[in-house]
Design a protein around this ligand. Structure first.
Ligand SMILES: Nc1ncnc2c1ncn2[C@@H]1O[C@H](COP(=O)(O)OP(=O)(O)OP(=O)(O)O)[C@@H](O)[C@H]1O
Ligand SMILES: [Mg+2]
Length: 210
């Protein structure tokens, strides 16, 4: 396996770095060699999180590095099984470059129309610029109720883009875990870890099928 997965969005704060960290964590634990590329050169969220992780004595998630462009991350990834790209906070000219480098592009979105509309718009923009539709998948994050999940799935469904099974609920325990250098699958609560794992498994399954 030599695959690249990218997390991008038009809006900031939708959960790119959260999912990128969790995928890196799960893939590393399942024995893959992982490179986690941090394209957020201003905030360095993932890089800082990894420093915190090692500082607290937890095992690494592979090699984590800052890059100014996705293509440089791909060059540096060499023989890693999995390259995970955490995109810049907002869509920019680099977003298309990032998408073009990836086998699977995940657009995380919350369930509000405020977030769904720009996520679907970005999916259409990528498609219009030549990115294959089947490489794009939306992931529901920071959701609260079954009703809003169903509503969001329905709304995305109308666009015809894929929405992944599973979702990430809005929980302070997920924030707390990440504060400590852990991923959303490594909280103190088994049920929350299991819930998060449903979405992560769906991401990895989707990647393997690409
Ligand atoms: N399921 C969740 N429950 C609670 N808090 C969450 C959840 N998912 C993400 N967060 C928090 O929301 C904030 C934004 O998440 P994250 O940093 O992953 O988004 P991002 O898309 O990478 O943001 P940016 O565009 O700034 O890079 C962070 O403080 C994160 O800890
Ligand atoms: Mg981020």
């Amino acid at each position: 396996m030599n695959k690249t997965i990218a997390f991008i969005s038009q809006k900031g704060g939708v959960g790119k770095s959260t999912l990128a960290r969790a995928v890196a964590c799960d893939a590393f634990k399942s024995g893959l060699s992982v490179k986690l590329a941090d394209l957020d050169i201003q905030q360095g969220t993932v890089t800082e999180w990894h420093r915190q992780r090692l500082n607290n004595g937890y095992e690494p998630v592979g090699s984590v590095e800052l890059f100014s462009k996705a293509s440089l991350a791909v060059e540096a990834a060499g023989n890693h099984d999995l390259l995970i790209i955490d995109g810049a906070p907002r869509a920019s000219s680099g977003t298309l470059d990032t998408a073009q480098q990836a086998d699977l592009i995940i657009l995380p979105t919350c369930a509000s129309r405020d977030d769904l509309v720009p996520a679907i718009k970005l999916a259409y923009e990528l498609e219009n610029k030549g990115v294959q539709r089947n490489k794009i998948a939306l992931a529901l994050v920071r959701v609260s109720t079954e009703a809003e999940i169903a509503d969001a799935r329905d709304y995305i469904g109308q666009s015809g883009f894929t929405v992944l099974t599973g979702c990430l609920y809005e929980k302070p325990a997920y924030r707390q875990a990440q504060n400590d250098g852990l991923s959303v699958t490594e909280t103190r609560y088994k049920s929350l870890n299991n819930k998060a794992n449903e979405l992560l498994e769906s991401i990895l399954t989707h990647l393997i099928s690409e």
